[in-house]
Design a protein around this ligand. Sequence first.
Ligand code: NAP
Length: 509
Amino acid sequence: MSSENPAYGGGEMRSVGTAIIGAGMSGLVMGIRLKQAGRPFVILEKAESVGGTWRENTYPGLSCDVPSFFYSLSFEPNLDWSHRFSPGAEILAYFENIAGKYGLEGDISFGQAVTDARFEDGSWTIQTSDGETIRADFLVDATGPLHIKNYPQILGLDRFEGVQFHSAAWDHGVPLEGKRIGVVGNGSTGVQMMAPLSKAASDLTMFQRTPQWIFPIGNRPYTERERAWKRRLPILGRITRTFYKTIFDRASAGVVEDGMWRRRMARGCREHLEAVEDPALRAKLKPDYQPGCKRLILSTDFYPTLAKEHVHLVTEGIDHIEPGGIVTEDGKLHELDVLVLATGFRAHEWGIANVVGKEGLSLKEAWAQGPRTYRSVTMPGFPNFFMIVGPNSPIGNISIIDVSETQTRYILDCIERIGREPGKVLAPKREAAEKFQTDLREAMKSTIWVTGCNSWYVDPEGTPTLWPWPAHEFHRVMAKPDFADFEFLEATSLAATSGNARPARIAPD
Ligand code: NAP
């Protein structure tokens, strides 16, 4: 069905049941669920291929620090992972295969970035970068928090005469052999790339602003024999998955409540640091906050890499950048040929900025004081709108795929429920969202994220935007929507509010 809307120039409009923004892992899972349920949908993807974060991040040493048997879909096990923490390219291939297996490519509009989506006349009107207007009954934002690159504001960055790029835009055309390489940032990304870069560089310098705790878990390859056994006996893959899910879900409780897991995490990190032989290096690496406050980094090769003769850890602040390299606050010029900005993402610019709800308010405006969702997936005032891995989702050292699966099931339940009420749309009640927010604030007090550190987990107001309860609680609460917390609105009665002023368009990323 197509319709005409003079507000958009009167052109033909594509009508879809559900529009999903993003063909990363979450968008693909949502697509699979809708396909299995026989519901029409389209996935709008800004790039030309699937994979999201695994398409964009290709830096040396990239792997997922959640074990592969757990970091995969429960209903699509891969029995042939190469490593405990398999490389990024292997994970990307896994998602590409899944997209192919479920025939999702035909459901994806590639090269279509959503620039504007507003709820009007009882449904969503979506504008894309190529000028198309799409009407959808349901809108699912599956863009995730880690896709807008954070470029640091460092004086002179644009004057650097060597090669520079962000870690999520790696230029593989740049030779690294024998080069003087600088890495700004020591988060999960910076740490992962150090060992492989040290093998190529003549000189490698990491610029560290804040030390990080590192928990030692090695990444071992699976032997050909182990892989053959798993291929022959798929139950071994399921056992491995259950083992890692149990460990990682339980251990993740350490960040939200005091107890054995928190103590174990702290002990593991401290013992790992104490094993660094050089006392000067050890002192530079020692954080002054609790392990787990920032996202815990898992590595056994980072400290040994820093101990290499040609690898340096600079803890003096960066003063500015000159054509020849980085100048630190002590006036020293660190000459570089290649500068890598492993400076993370603007994680709090969730989704696309200009999703506009039924009251004419954009998400950006509604979240001026920080995100205010109902159970991370829905928003009062935004009917038939859902987020996957939205604010306050459980993010951290657990499988985000597992989280996505639970959220997509929940969203599908909502879509099916409202589908049985023709002419109606669904949104969470404001009181339900407020109660959720009050509960979140209370629970945040016992999390480790509020114990005195800065990270992308915390919004500009200082509030963590994560799920402050254990993983099992997330799966329990999200197992089924509690429809008493939702209101079912007559779509036609909302037409009156649809003539609301259109806020100025905000340029897409
Ligand atoms: P990140 O954790 O946000 O780290 C950014 C780093 O850049 C920090 O060390 C930060 O220092 C530094 N930085 C930022 N601006 C700076 C500036 N102006 N001057 C100097 N230093 C600056 O980013 P990330 O390492 O890319 O990781 C982001 C997230 O991606 C992770 O937490 C994780 O969720 C995900 N990730 C996962 C994996 C995995 O294996 N699963 C791998 C990579 C990434 P401060 O600490 O002082 O702010």
